[in-house]
Design a protein around this ligand. Structure first.
Ligand SMILES: Cc1cc2nc3c(=O)[nH]c(=O)nc-3n(C[C@H](O)[C@H](O)[C@H](O)COP(=O)(O)OP(=O)(O)OC[C@H]3O[C@@H](n4cnc5c(N)ncnc54)[C@H](O)[C@@H]3O)c2cc1C
Ligand code: SF4
Length: 496
């Protein structure tokens, strides 16, 4: 008897189904009733699922139902599914099994490294803390990526000295060619109509609708990858931490969407980038910086999601951050915000459901950290408003990297920074009503004031961290500390 492969919404590439004779793909509408997703995220996911069904008309059954259980009830015979990428989807699979359905679970796919490889690396470390850098080096060696004669290509593991430069002075874009963007087809038009109909029935979405900006089929994803490698990868390293107001993508790849939908295997991305370097088309600093993001960060964050356990998001809050997200922030009302950098970032979230990494970390995450936003709430906000947001990738990035709520399991110190750093890495301060160097008064930059206030509020918890000693030495010398604390208490949760 044929076993039908149940293909989940983030398992849509060939590597998830090419060995299956028959597929079932279920569009469960109830999920959109329960969570207010970005409209463009709903579009991307539905369009991707429907495109896969259209690519296999003879062997894929596409079901529109309220729930997965309702959809599965219409399929006869045994089922199998590749291990889901979240605890909630795993629970759904278990429930289906408990109800007596013959449903087997296949090992996880879609990542370069296996859980066994991660667990043996953890075991080898013994009592030493987990470090991304060590994980990344070990995977470079075990998978022979950017390795020559057993040594790191280019003679170094890390090219941070060449990378992470401020943006070119006076520029508003990097001046790179326009990125490849998909052209919408009839399936997209149908998705848009259906989402309009859902909205009129009362299902609510967040943010603006807009033309589809990210690849959702393997073919589109490969075109976007080739375009990135040719035009933007060479500049990835130097400008990976920079931000320019008229350049939404900078030298980034925009490939998180197809990789997280499972239509593009990260191994293919890494190998394509490595090949471009071996042909002399891309400098080692850029290719190493880029591969580090995927082989290092992406794989690490995936394993940490399971390693940190089910309570990580809801129970990590060492800074006792319990401010609810204010409405102007959670609804991304950029027009309510005067601080140019934050207003700009919220506008990107509203209009695209996507920003590049440094916007997530240096502006949105930094603001939430300084203002003590609740880490679990912030994680859920990122997850529903970002088109590439999924539980596995949001947990450690938000709770650990951006908010330091796990007390240092992910990062050795909080990623808090003031306006001077934002001014160094972006062109946003020149268009701002505030001044990045001013702490107190009507011109005070809310990020600069917020940085010092954050140090003050968390003094007992953080001053013992030796990586914060310079920061606390600075705080002790602040002549206007008392005035700053009063000013920030008065600001409260209002839009800056
Ligand atoms: C607060 C916060 C929230 C984030 N939320 C998400 C998210 O929902 N989904 C998501 O895929 N990434 C998330 N990231 C990581 C990173 O910001 C995005 O992967 C990246 O911005 C996606 O754009 P890109 O494809 O152009 O990336 P590039 O800069 O081109 O990097 C290439 C790839 O590396 C991977 N990568 C890079 N950094 C990370 C990281 N820290 N964690 C995991 N993968 C990484 C991504 O797959 C990305 O596509 C988050 C980071 C922070 C600080
Ligand atoms: S001055 Fe401050 S608030 Fe204004 S853009 Fe710069 S960092 Fe942001």
């Amino acid at each position: 008897m044929t076993i039908t492969r149940w293909v989940l919404a983030d398992q849509l590439g060939e590597h998830f189904h090419e060995d299956a004779a028959h597929l079932v793909i279920i569009e469960a509408k109830d999920l959109f009733r329960k969570t207010r997703y970005h409209r463009q995220k709903a579009h991307l996911v539905l369009s991707a699922m429907r495109h896969l069904a259209a690519e296999r008309p003879e062997s894929a059954t596409y079901i529109r139902a309220d729930t997965f259980a309702e959809g599965l009830a219409t399929i006869d015979g045994p089922l199998e599914v590749v291990a889901p990428h979240s605890r909630s989807a795993t629970a759904v699979v278990q429930l289906v099994q408990e109800h007596g359905r013959d449903l087997s679970v296949l090992p996880a796919r879609g990542f370069i490294t296996s859980e066994t490889e991660f667990q043996s690396w953890v075991a080898e470390r013994g009592k030493r803390r987990l470090l991304l850098e060590d994980w990344y080096r070990s995977v470079r060696v075990s998978h022979e990526i950017l390795i020559e004669d057993g040594e790191p290509a280019g003679g170094r593991w890390n090219f941070d000295e060449d990378n992470r430069q401020p943006p070119p002075r006076g520029a508003v874009t990097l001046g790179l060619p326009e990125p490849w963007l998909p052209v919408e087809d009839d399936i997209d038009r149908q998705v848009r109509q259906d989402l309009d109909a859902w909205e009129s029935e009362g299902i609510e979405f967040f943010g603006a609708d807009g033309p589809r900006m990210f690849p959702i089929t393997p073919d589109e994803a490969r075109r976007a990858l080739a375009d990135f490698v040719e035009h933007r990868l060479p500049k990835f390293g130097p400008y990976e931490d920079a931000l320019l107001s008229e350049d939404w993508l900078m030298a980034h790849s925009g490939l998180s969407v197809p990789m997280n939908l499972g239509v593009l295997h990260p191994r293919e991305v890494v190998r394509t980038a490595e090949e471009a370097w071996s042909k002399g088309l891309v400098p080692i600093a850029s290719v190493e910086g880029f591969i580090r993001q995927i082989l290092g960060w992406r794989e690490y964050i995936w394993h940490l999601y399971w390693h940190f356990g089910p309570l990580y998001v809801d129970s990590s809050n060492v800074l006792s951050a319990d401010e609810p997200l204010p409405q102007w922030f959670s609804d991304a009302k950029s027009e309510d915000v005067t601080a140019h950098c934050l207003s700009w970032a919220l506008e990107q979230v509203h209009d695209k459901g996507w920003t590049h990494h440094i916007v997530r970390l240096m502006i949105l995450g930094n603001w939430a950290l300084q203002r003590g936003y609740d880490p679990a709430e912030m994680t859920r906000w990122f997850q529903r408003t970002f088109v590439d947001g999924y539980p596995w990738v949001m947990a450690a990035n938000t709770v650990g990297m951006a908010l330091f709520a796990d007390g240092g399991q992910m990062s050795t110190k909080p990623y808090a920074s003031g306006g001077s750093y934002i001014n160094k890495m972006t062109n946003l301060c020149s268009g701002c009503r505030y001044k990045p160097t001013v702490r107190v008064g009507s011109d005070a930059c809310p990020f600069t004031a917020g940085y010092w206030n954050f140090l003050h509020v968390n003094q007992e918890r953080l001053s013992g961290n030796h990586r914060m000693s310079m920061a606390y030495a600075g705080l002790r010398k602040l002549a206007d500390r008392d005035a700053l604390i009063v000013q920030e208490a008065e600001r409260g949760n209002s839009a800056p």
